[in-house]
Design a protein around this ligand. Structure first.
Ligand code: NDP
Length: 434
């Protein structure tokens, strides 16, 4: 805390992980002796830079850009870019640290990184977004590359932003270096299923948890927070598996539609028109809109999928979900549950899928995009979806087995942290003290 003052989110992520590694340290003193813990919480490198751009009124705006290259023990740095006014060093470090273990869990050869800016794309014209992203990439360009650091999207960074950033990287670098970013458009090196991967992957993961108790999505009631990339495809896959998704949200409020959210409307509003979720009720008068997004967790459901942002489920919300009979929680977003909320779920035998396991499908398919770019080849939708399915099942199985081996059966927070950690730690040991 003294070394990283005011970095609350980073402290929270480190605490969750280090607490769960206690049984590993007890069993394998080699990790303690070689300073693995001290090294793994310190990023290999972090850059912060000025991003000046000119808005539509001709006024100069200045934002701050970040890239953390957290750990490259098992592969090139890999992790998304977030554009949101809340972005700061603490947020980027927590995300980069989590990403390191998440990427390890996928079984793919990718290290951990993360980046972004406090730029808010909401309400900006396409021209403003383009000028900002070009300025951002003009600096970021110096630090990334297909074999060293491969960014992707995250909150506020979708196909439009990736397209502009790829264009600028290509202009600065020359040629067509497809492998430098993932989440690209299908016309210029993107992978099928990347758009759907995080949401689909989270539902595949939760399905494994449900199956272990003889439960399923079929006939269940689901609440999903957010209405962005992860939320939309979690809603789609949950509905395909027979669930009724009754609510979703944005940062202003949430909608409740007891007959099931009509996803085509949400997709048009959010992906095409970039408007607010409140517009939904104009087209579906049977649904209701409630201002403020926090109370979405007061809706009774069997399965909760938080897919918006960090710390959106606090202890009180977790208690409400439990009182209303929630059976499973799968984290589509990064760190959406506070440490206290996780405790409530675990103590009440709620099946709990932590983010670094449950939402690893996005980065896993990003790694498949890198593989396709290297081969200059594209797999079909079904080929990539099948691979994603297998990866999510493996992450589930490895997390369950690690939890059992280290004395916390059924605790996937501990299991995922340990399974992700061991591969990174053993690679760091193999490389010596660097
Ligand atoms: P998007 O920008 O596409 O969507 C984010 C959604 O969450 C929007 O509905 C947004 O509402 C809402 N939201 C954002 N910030 C807040 C906030 N502070 N309070 C309430 N609601 C908020 O992002 P993604 O769907 O890509 O990402 C969502 C989460 O999933 C993040 O935690 C991200 O790190 C994580 N994730 C994403 C992956 C991916 O592949 N995209 C991979 C793994 C994890 P509004 O429109 O009003 O801002």
């Amino acid at each position: 805390i003294k070394r990283n003052p005011f970095e609350n989110e980073f402290h929270q992520a480190v605490k969750e992980i280090l607490d769960s590694l206690v049984p590993v340290m007890a069993k394998h003193p080699k990790y303690m002796k070689n300073g693995i813990l001290e090294r793994i919480v310190e990023p290999e490198r972090m850059v912060s830079f000025r991003v000046p751009w000119v808005d539509d009124q001709g006024k100069v705006q200045v934002n701050r850009g970040f890239r953390v290259q957290f750990n490259s023990a098992i592969g090139p740095y890999k992790g998304g870019l977030r554009f949101h006014p809340s972005v700061n060093a603490s947020i980027i470090k927590f995300l980069g640290f989590e990403q390191t273990l998440k990427n390890s869990l996928t079984g793919q050869p990718i290290g951990g990184g993360k980046g972004g800016s406090d730029f808010d794309p909401k309400g900006k014209s396409d021209g403003e977004v383009m000028r900002f992203t070009q300025s951002f990439m003009t600096e970021l360009y110096k630090y990334i590359g297909p074999d060293s650091d491969v960014p992707a999207g995250d909150i506020g960074v979708g196909a439009r932003e990736i397209g502009f950033m790829f264009g600028q990287y290509k202009k600065l670098h020359g040629g067509h270096p497809s492998g430098v970013l993932t989440g690209k458009g299908l016309l210029y090196g993107g992978s099928l299923v990347r758009t759907e991967a995080t949401g689909y992957g989270a539902v595949y993961f939760v399905n494994e948890m449900l199956k272990s108790k003889g439960l399923s999505f079929e006939g269940s009631t689901v609440v999903v927070s957010g209405s962005g990339n992860v939320a939309i495809y979690a809603i789609q896959k949950a509905a395909q598996l027979g669930a009724t998704v009754v609510a979703c949200s944005d940062s202003n409020g949430y909608i409740y539609d007891k007959d099931g959210i009509k996803l085509e409307t949400v997709q048009r509003l959010k992906e095409v028109e970039r408007s607010r979720i409140s517009e939904y009720v104009k087209e579906h008068p049977g649904a209701i809109y409630i201002e403020g997004c926090e109370n979405i967790w007061s809706i009774a459901c069997d399965i909760a999928l938080p897919c918006a942002t960090q710390n959106e489920i606090d202890e009180a919300a977790a208690h409400t979900l439990v009182l209303n009979g929630v059976k499973a929680v799968g984290e589509g977003a990064n760190m959406p549950s506070s440490l206290e909320a996780i405790d409530v779920f675990l103590k009440n035998d709620v099946l709990f899928g932590p983010a670094k396991a449950a939402n690893a499908g996005g980065v896993a398919v990003s790694a498949l995009e890198m593989a396709q770019n290297s081969m200059r080849y594209s797999w079909t939708f079904h080929e990539v979806d099948d691979k994603l399915h297998v990866i999510m099942k493996n992450i589930y199985r490895n997390s369950v087995e690690a939890a059992e081996e280290y004395g916390h059966p059924g605790n996937l927070v501990v299991g995922a942290n340990i399974a992700g950690f061991i591969k990174v730690a053993d690679s760091m040991l193999a490389h010596g003290i660097i």
